[in-house]
Design a protein around this ligand. Structure first.
Ligand code: PLP
Length: 398
């Protein structure tokens, strides 16, 4: 019997998702059409934020947030070292400096003491913001982060790319109860898929407006904002119909109506997808008990529910006498895909050269033991059993 390859993550696309995309393709507007606003209002309603601004990726969302905050040279942003490149790169792409914070070795999350410690390492730069990351879908303890941020005059941008569907205390991640903005990704391995895609949520209408302008070249078509009255208005006082102005440079970070049609259709399934991921996580936890303590599911935090982006285990590779690369290779030969999320960013050559050697022991310890197992909503119970059996077999042999 040839086994189907199980990736560590993948999208779940159903017939009605395909129909929604086909409808969009048959419509007049493939981009800047009505499906963008439809996706945005469904998304903001789902997470409980006043505004959602759709854009071309989670990376674009973070970059737009950094631009909207007006971050630039001379500014510093605290970013946990265990995250995807995009969190830190968005800061560097506006010319601000990154100060890497350590994380809890059990969860990979930045806590208040890590943020305080990072703030004590500021050099000449002025700390302007912190970008907490809800790693694997688990929420950061936002209230204590927000207390420190307030005391230090920092804006908070949540990197919620893993955490759609998650909660912090009684609020949905993305409601921005303790932050200025939250950034999401709708890449295929995430909770819902639009191909590529991202969103920024905020409760501040000024940020929403600025994000919308920045994702579209910095263009305004609002006559009351026109600076050059002579060029903007005809003799009768009406704005010239072709006219627009640019006051700050922006980018083309728009999300097309094709992607947004898929987003609307997928978002309606978020609760079902999440229930399924939760059930699969519980099953993994239960089946993995026979591999304890050498294989341990990640600790669950007490202050909220995960958006269950990834299912991560911590493996004591030393005690099983087989290293991570070999475990990954053997699982791969059993048609099981895994991944490591993430090499701490302070080890990336670019950041190492820019900021020198940092000693972030929590990040290193977290990184040394983690492995993300196959986890997506269309997996079956048998798939989970197959993964745990394969792990059992290879550990048992040693
Ligand atoms: C934590 C985190 N932030 C940002 C991103 C960037 O999202 P995208 O791939 O949509 O650009 C990712 C994507 O994997 C991510 O995992």
């Amino acid at each position: 019997v040839s086994l189907l390859f199980l990736p560590y993550g993948r999208q779940t696309i159903e017939d009605d998702d395909i129909e929604a995309v086909v409808d969009a393709l048959r419509s007049d507007l493939l981009t800047t059409g009505p499906r963008v606003a439809e996706f945005e209002s469904a998304f903001s309603a789902k997470v409980g934020a006043a505004h959602a601004v759709a854009c071309s990726s989670g990376t674009a969302a973070l970059h737009l947030a950094a631009l909207a905050l007006g971050l630039g040279p001379g500014d510093a942003v605290i970013v946990p070292s265990v995250t995807f490149l995009a969190t830190a790169n968005s800061v560097r792409c506006v010319g601000a400096e990154v100060v890497f914070a350590d994380v809890d070795p059990e969860t990979g999350l930045m806590g208040p003491s890590h943020l305080e410690e990072a703030l004590s390492r500021l050099c000449d730069a002025r700390a302007r913001a912190v970008f907490p990351v809800h790693l694997n879908g688990q929420p950061v303890e936002m209230e204590s982060i927000s207390d420190i941020a307030e005391r230090n005059g920092l804006a908070i941008v949540e990197d919620a790319c893993h955490a759609l569907g998650g909660t912090y205390r009684n609020t949905s991640i993305g409601a921005c109860a303790n932050s200025t903005m939250a950034c999401f990704s709708t890449h295929p391995v995430k909770a819902i898929a639009t191909g590529e895609g991202g969103l920024v949520t905020t409760n501040d209408p000024r940020f929403a407006k600025s994000l919308r302008t920045l994702r579209n070249h910095g263009i305004t078509r609002e006559p009351s904002e026109f600076a050059n009255r002579k060029l903007a208005f005809a003799d009768d006082g009406c704005a010239n119909p072709w006219y627009y102005e640019m006051h700050h440079p922006g980018l083309n970070y728009r999300l097309s109506d094709i992607n947004c049609a898929l987003g609307v259709s997928q978002l309606a399934k978020l609760d079902r997808f999440l229930d399924r991921r939760r059930a699969l996580a519980d099953l993994y936890d239960c089946l993995l008990a026979r591999l304890a303590p050498v294989v341990r599911p990640l600790s669950r935090v007490a202050w909220g529910h995960s958006g269950w982006h990834l299912y991560v285990v911590r493996i004591d590779f030393e005690s099983i006498g087989i290293d991570r690369a070999a475990v990954i290779a053997r699982l791969r030969s059993a048609e099981i895909g895994t991944q490591v999320h993430y090499l701490p960013l302070h080890h990336q050559p670019y950041y190492l050269e820019r900021y020198g050697q940092l000693s972030l022991s929590g990040a290193d310890l977290y990184y040394s033991g983690v492995l993300s197992l196959p986890f997506f909503s269309s997996m079956t119970e048998e798939d989970v059993e197959r993964v745990v059996d394969a792990l059992f077999t290879l550990i048992d042999k040693h």
